[in-house]
Write a protein that binds this ligand. Structure first.
Ligand SMILES: Cc1ncc(COP(=O)(O)O)c(C=O)c1O
Length: 386
């Protein structure tokens, strides 16, 4: 018997299943059914469910210090900000609780920088199809068509251009522009990559035009694409970087990261009750300490290639389309527009996958997923595709 679900605010459609336990790539519900999890909290649980490194960090830090308020420094906050700085090459880190909060902070930081260094310019150029979060400003920054009629009026100051169209980007940058904001791979739009050439060119363009580059790596960061950050594939280090999801490996932890030159908040500009709290920061240290190891990242690239190869093979055998994405953030283009039916059929077979668009399936397993688990996933997915 599980408790009533009547009081859960209905903000999304959920299957009538209550999850109770998880280990690695596997979840278990209250009826004892098990599921192979290729969603992992929406690309969040980078070490899978309840990884011992995280469990130990939680146990140790909880017994030591859970919260001392953001008015004081604490040791895990110092360690995690230093780890993010050393791995990203950017100097200042503000720890927060969700991707939307990190992006909201990035928007504020860019506007502050514009007020100080660019005659009060405040516009940010973003891309059609982008997803940056669900606060009012981040919904306004997003280029998701379904958001357009919602919660009007939106926050002004966002100009949208098509992704991978350099000319449109160049034309959109004016005297009013303070920054360009992009995802290296648009995850929620269906795993649509910015091309390497485009990312490099946008980095050059933003430098030439004297505006900031903000990279939203909330979905692509922390090893997801096989390097610590997706910008490393193209050596396009941004001025402002946002992280979330994998950073906490399953707990609410995110970060706004900035170069010393872009970092212009003054005391009082930014903050929040839970920011940098020692428990979350200690978990972030445990996750980052594991993911940043070269052997770990090499194994993400290898399993990513294996997953892409197995999906390509299955797609050819069942008459579907191409595989896109990088590392362990992949999508399969379907030959029809009924992806949700495939997701439902997979759930019945004990497999969790996601349909970001009616014509695509998304795969974002734990970065620790094994080849055997990928083989089991393919076995379960096959009959759902035909
Ligand atoms: C690229 C990107 N930015 C921002 C967000 C928002 O993060 P959160 O849901 O933690 O607020 C997401 C979440 O899916 C995301 O994928």
């Amino acid at each position: 018997m599980h408790p009533t679900l009547d009081h859960v605010m209905p903000i999304t459609t959920r299957p009538p299943v209550v999850m109770t336990e998880g280990t690695g790539s596997w979840l278990r519900d209250s009826e004892g059914r098990t599921y192979l999890d290729f969603v992992q909290g929406w690309a969040v649980n980078c070490l899978g469910h309840s990884h011992p490194v995280m469990v130990e960090a939680i146990r140790e830090q909880a017994a030591r210090l859970i919260n001392c308020s953001p008015a004081f420094h604490n040791e895990p906050m110092a360690q995690l900000t230093a780890l993010i700085a050393v791995t990203s090459g950017l100097q200042h880190v503000f720890l927060c609780n969700s991707g939307a909060e990190a992006n909201e902070g990035a928007i504020k930081l860019a506007r502050k920088w514009g007020a100080k260094h660019r005659d009060g310019a405040y516009e940010i150029v973003t891309t059609q199809g982008a997803f940056h979060g669900r606060t009012l400003a981040t919904m306004s920054a997003s280029g998701k068509a379904a958001f357009e009629p919602l919660f009007e009026p939106k926050v002004p100051g966002f100009v949208k251009v098509p992704l991978n169209d350099l000319e449109a980007m160049a034309n959109a940058i004016t005297e009013q522009t303070v920054a360009v904001m992009l995802e290296p791979i648009q995850g929620e739009a269906g795993v649509i990559p910015a091309t390497d050439a485009y990312l490099r060119a946008v980095r050059r363009l933003t430098r030439e035009r004297g505006v900031l580059l903000i990279l939203d790596e909330i979905q692509t960061g922390i090893g997801r694409t096989g390097l610590m950050y997706a910008f490393e594939h193209v050596e396009a280090r941004p001025d402002i970087l946002t992280l979330g999801k994998g950073l906490g490996g399953g707990v609410p932890l995110a970060a706004l990261v900035a170069s010393a030159a872009a970092s212009c908040f003054e005391p009082g500009d930014q903050g929040g009750t839970f920011n940098g709290n020692p428990l979350m920061a200690a978990i972030g240290c445990a996750v980052l300490g594991t993911v940043r190891q070269p052997a770990f990242l090499a194994s993400v690239r290898e399993t990513g290639d294996y997953l892409a190869a197995r999906l390509t093979e299955l797609s050819a055998a069942t008459g579907h389309g191409k595989v896109r994405g990088r590392g362990l953030l992949l999508a399969l283009a379907l030959g029809h527009g009924e992806a949700q039916k495939v997701v439902d059929a997979a759930l019945d077979r004990g497999l969790l996958i996601n349909a970001p668009r009616p014509d695509s399936l998304r795969f974002m397993p734990a970065l620790t997923v094994t080849r055997e688990e990928i083989d089991t996933m393919i076995e379960r997915l096959g009959p759902c595709l035909t």
